[in-house]
Design a protein around this ligand. Structure first.
Ligand code: ZN
Length: 208
């Protein structure tokens, strides 16, 4: 005796069962796909976050590099400036000079700061410097003229000094100063016309 529950099934019943199985497999497949999609979305989110972190880190590294570069390219601080006097042509007076070393070309602007002036209202005078000074070079700065004379041994005596310090502002060169000139990527002031804040600034005491 055949106890198969399917024995009475006709062709259409089998077709219906086939359809039901296909539908069920489809449902399982869909659930799987949804899970997969969820996992993919999560993975995508994670990788987007990782990319964002990497970008932030790259920016930080770039900023650090720019800051380090900015320090590297700063003009060297010479400490106090010592005056050396030189006889001025014709006038019989003495030119008082100080020298700073430029390891590379800079845009430079400078002012003298006179003695006996309160810091808030420093009396100042411009220093005669070309806006762009090529380097490496020693930059000779004439800070003032003075009376004076030489003693029997040739030493200069009786110099009058009114300048107590010089204020120097430096900027990296512009492409118009020198083709292929160095740059500082820190985003600091550019000194387009030699006015405004320096990319680097220093106030140097002057001693005789
Ligand atoms: Zn810089």
């Amino acid at each position: 005796m055949d106890l198969s529950p399917f024995k009475d099934w006709d062709e259409s019943a089998w077709i219906a069962l086939g359809g039901a199985i296909i539908a069920m497999v489809g449902t399982i497949y869909n659930i799987g796909m949804k899970r997969h999609a969820k996992r993919s979305a999560l993975a995508a989110k994670k990788s987007a976050e990782a990319a964002e972190r990497a970008a932030e880190q790259a920016t930080r590294v770039a900023d650090l590099d720019a800051a380090r570069w900015h320090q590297e390219m700063a003009p060297p601080h010479p400490g106090d400036l010592r005056i050396s006097p030189r006889r001025e042509e014709g006038s019989g007076r003495w030119g008082l000079y100080v020298t700073i070393h430029l390891p590379r070309g800079y845009r430079v602007r400078g002012e003298t700061i006179f003695k006996n002036s309160a810091p808030a209202q420093d009396a100042r005078g411009p220093l005669n410097i070309g806006l762009y000074e090529r380097g490496p070079a020693d930059l000779d700065l004439h800070i003032e003229s003075s009376e004076g004379s030489e003693d029997a041994y040739g030493a200069v005596i009786g110099l009058q000094r009114n300048v107590k310090a010089v204020h120097l502002r430096f900027w990296p060169p512009l492409e118009t100063d020198e083709a292929g000139a160095w740059v500082c990527p820190c985003g600091g002031p550019t000194g387009d016309n030699g006015t405004g804040q320096g990319h680097w600034e220093m106030i140097l005491s002057v001693t005789l």
